[in-house]
Design a protein. Structure first.
Length: 105
């Protein structure tokens, strides 16, 4: 299931592509995916995988962070409504002990 973040990132991909004067067909060919898949990414219909995002950012001559900057600011408005599951102190201690033992041994 796609989220507002997926649509936001897709919109930024499309915006940057158009600013550079690239067609969806040209960009999709450059990164090795179907034009229809790129269109689904741009509409936010499909979640974009990280390797495709890296390839798109490279092709569009921009950093990956650029796709997220305004997204994070927008998302911070909803942060107060999210519920996080707290991790108990004992659980953290157990995890640290487990990983330290594996690391040392």
């Amino acid at each position: 299931m796609c989220t507002g973040v997926d649509r936001f990132i897709g919109n930024h991909i499309q915006q940057r592509r158009k600013n550079l004067g690239l067609t969806a067909s040209a960009l999709s060919e450059q990164i090795g995916i179907a034009q229809q898949q790129l269109s689904r990414y741009e509409r936010g219909d499909n979640k974009i995988n990280v390797s495709h995002l890296v390839e798109i950012a490279t092709a569009l001559d921009t950093s990956i962070g650029w796709f997220f900057i305004a997204c994070l600011a927008e998302d911070s408005k909803t942060m107060n409504t999210r519920k996080f599951i707290p991790i108990g102190e004992d659980e953290v201690r157990e995890r640290l002990t487990y990983h330290m033992d594996k690391w040392i041994n």
